[in-house]
Design a protein around this ligand. Structure first.
Ligand SMILES: [Cu+2]
Length: 178
């Protein structure tokens, strides 16, 4: 009814849109273009009890890798954790268990962007480099620029006190090449 009030409100709204776009760009630019080759490599990884398909990938330094992961277990959460050299911890009964990697491939939350699919029902952030994905849920996408860390790396799932990795061999390998 009052046109002055209406135009004031729409100005405020467009101001919010502007801020939202700026925030989005601030997150997208470092991943998409920082030190990158501009090439994109895409992988779909299916997790089951207790395996990854595929269980080997080759990545090129500077390329943007987009991994979409899906958990087809009926009841178990699984994760995808990149690194090398297994780190062992001791539980309260004195039993040694596999507890992630001594050398994680990604050391900062800024290096990987996680995007949850619309049908995700449960996610748990487990440090900067992984997300545990519940069974019977949607997909999670990892997007990152391959770091200049040439060599063989591993990935694995350390759910249930490391037993997925240690007892069931839920693991795979990545070759990072130039
Ligand atoms: Cu697992």
């Amino acid at each position: 009814m009052d046109s002055a009030a209406t135009s004031k409100r729409s100005k405020v709204n467009s101001g919010f849109v502007g801020i939202a776009v700026l925030v989005l760009l601030a997150f997208l630019i470092p991943v998409a273009s920082a030190q990158g080759t501009g090439k994109v490599e895409k992988f779909d990884i299916v997790m089951k009890d207790y395996s990854y398909t595929p269980n080997h990938m080759t990545w090129h330094v500077g390329d943007t890798v987009i991994i979409t992961m899906k958990n087809e277990s009926t009841d178990k959460a699984h994760e995808l954790l990149f690194g090398k050299d297994v780190n062992y911890s001791t539980d309260s009964f004195g039993k040694k268990f596999a507890d992630g990697w001594k050398t994680p491939l990604f050391t900062s939350v800024d290096q990987v962007r996680f995007t949850a699919g619309h049908d995700i029902t449960e996610l748990r952030a487990d440090g900067p480099e992984t997300i545990a994905l519940a069974a019977k849920t949607g997909t999670v996408t990892y997007t990152f620029v391959v770091p200049d860390k040439v060599g063989q790396w591993e990935f694995g799932c350390f759910e249930e006190d490391g037993s997925h990795f240690q007892d069931h061999g839920m693991k795979g390998t990545v070759d990072i090449v130039k």
